[in-house]
Design a binder for this molecule. Structure first.
Ligand code: SF4
Length: 249
């Protein structure tokens, strides 16, 4: 067996008869929406997709952004990028900020009533505006020649991510601004040479979250995990098609 991938996990499986709290992360909610079958195989039967390799450059951008915004958080000052975008807010200085930003330490959580689910998410940043509303912020890093946007079909996951974080903070009794921001860093490839540096354009994209779908989806997840039947696969993934074709050889 590969040391990178265990194709038959025996831990973190949902057992319908157990009353123990069961974590459902925002990425698993997204997996359920993309393909209920893959979600069920993973959470009930312990068969998860092989992991992709980590995006180390994206992680480095995230880490440096966090450090940079933390200096403004400590001074309770608006970051110049926020000023330039006309956002009247400051990075939120809250004792739990490092927990909220670290999904491995729990992130922001909510025990969903009527289920034994603990819904979890790890945000990139939280700002606070003049009305004392929290603003959810998500960092994105890419390198493309066209202008960055969140309008492509595949970016629906970004929007859901923002909406779930907003919902989690609402459920934790915070006042949350409907508009969150994607802080999008685009690596510039039009330089003469690498010269041991990569420059970025940073664009702040506002997004007004709609959270009304979340309760229904969590109920659907509960029904799915409580059943002994494997649900149908989603329409847009090619891996099962590939697996079936390989299986026929
Ligand atoms: S279609 Fe894709 S996402 Fe769905 S079960 Fe198959 S591999 Fe998983």
């Amino acid at each position: 067996m590969s040391k990178f991938y265990n194709s038959q996990r025996t831990r973190n499986l949902y057992a319908p008869q157990s009353g123990d709290l069961f974590k459902i992360s925002r990425s698993k909610i997204d997996l359920f929406l993309n393909c209920p079958k893959c979600f069920y195989l993973d959470r009930r039967l312990g068969i998860n997709q092989p992991p992709s390799f980590p995006f180390s450059l994206n992680a480095a951008v995230d880490l440096l952004l966090k450090k940079e915004f933390d200096t403004y958080r400590a001074q309770r000052k608006t970051h110049p990028l926020m000023k330039k975008a006309g956002i009247k807010a400051i990075p939120y200085d809250h004792p739990q900020i490092n927990v909220w930003r670290d999904s491995l330490r729990g992130g922001i959580t909510y025990e969903y009533p009527g289920t034994n689910f603990l819904i979890t998410g790890g945000v990139d940043d939280v700002w606070i505006n003049e009305k004392e509303e929290l603003i959810i912020v998500d960092y994105k890093a890419t390198a493309k020649t066209e202008e960055v946007s969140i309008d492509a079909d595949w970016q629906i996951g970004y929007k859901r991510q923002m909406e779930i974080y907003q919902w989690l903070f609402c459920k934790n009794s915070f006042k949350v601004c409907d508009t969150g921001y994607f802080l999008y860093c685009n690596g510039l490839t039009n330089r003469e040479a690498f010269d041991q540096r990569l420059d970025f354009d940073v664009t702040i994209i506002p997004y007004k979250g709609k959270r009304t779908w979340i309760d229904r989806v969590i109920q659907d997840i509960y029904v799915c995990l409580s059943s002994n039947d494997i649900p149908k696969q989603g329409p847009d993934c090619v891996y099962c098609q590939y697996r079936e074709t390989v299986g026929n050889r």
